[in-house]
Write a protein that binds this ligand. Structure first.
Ligand SMILES: [Zn+2]
Length: 66
């Protein structure tokens, strides 16, 4: 199995704007402006996501972004 692949349930959660770890809505979490018209969102469980203001989608932050 590929370790870096996110599971279908995680993909679904993130498409709903929810944390893949705890399932809470990420629009309630603290965020900070980030590069290229994105913002960095830190969930209360510690996971970090990047939100794209243009495409309005979340993704997991890459290791070099955290
Ligand atoms: Zn979380």
């Amino acid at each position: 199995m590929l370790k870096n692949m996110i599971s279908p349930i995680q993909a679904w959660l993130i498409s709903q704007g929810r944390c893949v770890g705890c399932g809470k809505p990420l629009d309630k979490m603290k965020s900070e402006a980030w590069k290229n018209d994105t913002k960095k969102v830190t969930c209360e469980c510690g996971r970090i996501f990047v939100y794209n203001n243009k495409t309005k989608v979340y993704r997991r932050a890459l290791l070099d972004e955290v």
